[in-house]
Design a protein. Structure first.
Length: 64
């Protein structure tokens, strides 16, 4: 699964640390998600999308 987390986070001028703190996760988790090394849980994906003010489907792209 691909994602647009890095791009959307930067549009909001949030550092990885600030973003992680807002979500209650570590910066390492954000790094892994942004580098497509980790797919977040459904709950975390929804929290990320809400924080980015985007629909989940716009943030996370399921590859066929």
């Amino acid at each position: 699964m691909k994602n647009r987390v890095r791009e959307l986070r930067k549009q909001l001028n949030l550092t990885q640390e600030e973003f992680a703190n807002s979500l209650g996760v570590t910066r390492q988790t954000i790094i892994a998600i942004e580098n497509d090394k980790y797919n977040p849980t459904l709950v975390l994906a929804i929290k990320i999308a809400r924080l980015l003010n985007e629909p989940v489907e716009s943030v996370f792209i399921l590859e066929q």
